[in-house]
Each structure stands twice: as C-alpha cells, then as structure tokens.
Ligand binder design. Structure first.
Ligand SMILES: Cc1ncc(C[n+]2csc(CCOP(=O)(O)OP(=O)(O)O)c2C)c(N)n1
Ligand SMILES: [Mg+2]
Length: 338
C-alpha cells in the first residue's frame, strides 16, 4: 500500500538544522569540484550531489546511533548529517593517511562500519544486501528498534542486486528504508529507457514494501516523508520504499558536462534547486533573515577552507611501512590488530 499520509508540520529548528547540513554539503562539493579541476584529487573522480541534498540530508537526520546507513556517491549531505566530519571527507578525497580509509580510496568508498556507517561498494545496488545482512545480524543478536537505510538511483533499480536485496528485505520483513533518488538520468540514459512502470514506487507492492513518494526538491517534504518512513520501519512495520523525484543538477561526475540533459527538464519543476527553495521557505516562515543565510554560508566556507588547509599538510600512505588493510578500524579486518 502506498502512503498518502501528509508530511507532518515541521518545527523551524528541525528544518534549520537540516538546512545547515545541506549548505555545508553544497559548499564542500563546490570545493571538491575546484580541487578536482586543479588536479588535487589523487584518487580519481568527484561526484556531486547538487540537486539531491534535500533528500540526502533528510535520510541522515532521520537516523540515529545504532542504525545502519549506506550512502552512495551523491550523499554528501546525508553523510554529514549522520556524523561524518568535513575533515574526514576531505582526508579521504585528498588521500590523507589519517582518513577513514587511511588514504587507500580517494573518493566515495569511505565509512566507519563500527559506527554503522558503511563504505560504499558500488553505486548500483550492491549495498542493499549488505544492509540487509547487518540488520539480520542485529536481529540474531536479539537487538531491536534499529533501522537500516540505503540509497539508489533510478538506474540502479534496473539491476539484479536491487531485485535480490528488495526481495530478501520483503521476505524477512527487515527494518530497511530503501531511498530511491529518481534524478531522471543514469549517466546519460533517461528514465524512459530505464523502466516501464508508471512510477518506481509501484514496485513497492511487488516486494511487500510500504511505498512513499516525495518531491525531492522540497526539504520540508523530504524531512516529513523520511521521518515517517524511518518511524514505520523502527516500529516494526516492515520495509519502506521512498521514491523522490528531481533533476540531477550536475554531470554524472565532474568529468561530465551533462550536455545530454533535456533543456525542458531544467525549466520544469523537477529542475528547481532544493537549496534555493529551502532558503525561500526559511524567509517565508521568518525562521531566519537574509543576513543570517549569508553568514551560515560563510561559516560553511570557513569550515571547509580550514579543513583543506589542515588536511593538505598531512602525509599520504607509505606503501613500504603500512599493512594493506584499507579501514582505519583495523579490528574489522581479518587478523587485524586492535
Ligand atoms: C556494474 C557497473 N556498471 C556500470 C557502472 C558505472 N556507473 C556508475 S553509476 C552509473 C549510473 C547510475 O545511475 P543511477 O542509478 O540513476 O544513479 P545516479 O548516477 O543518477 O545518481 C553507472 C553506469 C558501475 N559502477 N558498475
Ligand atoms: Mg539517476
């Protein structure tokens, strides 16, 4: 059954908290793009979340300690809201030995599994069975009240891993919140070449999930729907599928100019920038002044600049001196020391 419950009214404080993570994530992304163009990112690509931060941050703020979160490449906002620091993100991207993957990764495959924050394997559905496995392990240990959330793009829903993971979560009635970011393209493939159902939320019925749809450009709606979906999963109401619609406001990665994106989509409601809409919402509600919005952005810029200055002085990994475990939490590796 698909949810038709309207999003609950949000208090300003909750909205502003999420908004500030959104701004921090946008500013961090902008810096990463600049560093990439300057040839300062040793590990490869930079993938931005521009346009989908409202959805991403809503996942991060809806989870709590003890939950499992497996973000994907466009989830910088959710990562920060779930507890990743700007310094940790930059250490990973700039190859610092002190980063969460000890300088072995270089972009988005970072995490801290002991904190329930999983390093990404792939963008195309591989994390669903991993989250399912963690939720089942917690269940076998007698733990309850936790939720696992992971994200996927529209293209990722065409994969076998998505089907297997969804089916397993449905059969086991796991507290999984599956968040689909339908950003209209998988690399350059439009959704018309990706699926033939009316909406991806229709798939919820087939897998035994409760389905939710949300306008991913509106932070207030995303917070309401994610809060509801996470609450239902936590209360033992089974797995939840949230499908959010918006447009990817950037290339697939910083190497891609996105010239194939249909210009009419950019002009449509899907093409609105969630950051601009959230700012307008704050001003309309009187929760902050224009001056405060400017100051918050400046603070976010300062946080990023200070972190870059710190991390750029840190050493990279020394291949002769170190053991090859990628994770900083080496006890998670086979035979690893504490
Ligand atoms: C098995 C495999 N095939 C192809 C790729 C390259 N690839 C990474 S992301 C992506 C497109 C994903 O599109 P979507 O799921 O819509 O997510 P979005 O990029 O829009 O966030 C592709 C083709 C890959 N990582 N793995
Ligand atoms: Mg997509």
């Amino acid at each position: 059954m698909n949810s038709v419950v309207p999003a609950p009214l949000l208090a300003g404080g909750e909205f502003l908290r999420a908004f500030r993570w959104l701004v921090q994530a946008r500013v961090l992304d902008e810096k990463l793009a600049a560093l990439y163009r300057a040839g300062k990112i040793p590990g490869g690509g930079v993938y931005l979340g521009k346009g989908q931060e409202a959805l991403s941050v809503s996942v991060g703020v809806s989870l709590r300690q003890g939950d499992v979160y497996a973000p994907l490449i466009r989830d910088g906002a959710g990562r920060l809201a779930f507890g990743e620091t700007v310094v940790d993100a930059l250490r990973n991207c700039l190859g610092s030995q002190l980063g969460p993957m000890r300088g072995r990764d270089g972009n988005v495959h970072r995490g801290r599994p002991r904190d329930g924050y999983l390093p990404m394997i792939s963008h195309l559905g591989a994390m669903i069975p991993v989250v399912n496995g963690m939720l089942m392990a917690k269940r076998f240990k007698g733990q309850s009240g936790m939720v696992g959330a992971t994200c996927l793009g529209d293209g990722g829903t065409s994969t076998g891993a998505f089907h297997e993971g969804m089916n397993q979560a449905g059969v086991e009635r796991l507290p999984l919140v599956m968040v689909v970011a339908d950003n209209q393209y998988a690399y350059s493939t439009p959704t018309s070449r990706q699926f033939a159902c009316r909406s991806l939320v229709d798939r919820a019925v087939g897998y035994g999930f409760t389905g939710h749809v949300v306008d991913g450009t509106r932070l207030e709606d995303c917070l309401g729907v994610l809060g509801e979906a996470v609450g239902l999963a936590r209360a033992g109401k089974g797995p939840q599928l949230v499908v959010a619609s918006f447009l990817r406001l950037c290339g697939h990665g910083e190497h891609d100019d996105a010239s194939y994106i249909d210009p009419s989509l950019k002009q449509s409601a899907l093409g609105r920038d969630c950051l601009e809409l959230a700012q307008a919402h704050i001003l309309e509600k009187g929760w902050a002044s224009s001056q405060e919005l400017v100051e918050w952005r400046s603070e976010a810029v300062m946080t990023v600049e200070e972190a870059v200055a710190l991390v750029q002085k840190e050493p990279g990994p020394d291949p002769y001196a170190e053991q090859w475990c990628a994770l900083q939490t080496t006890r998670l590796s086979e035979g690893g020391a504490s």
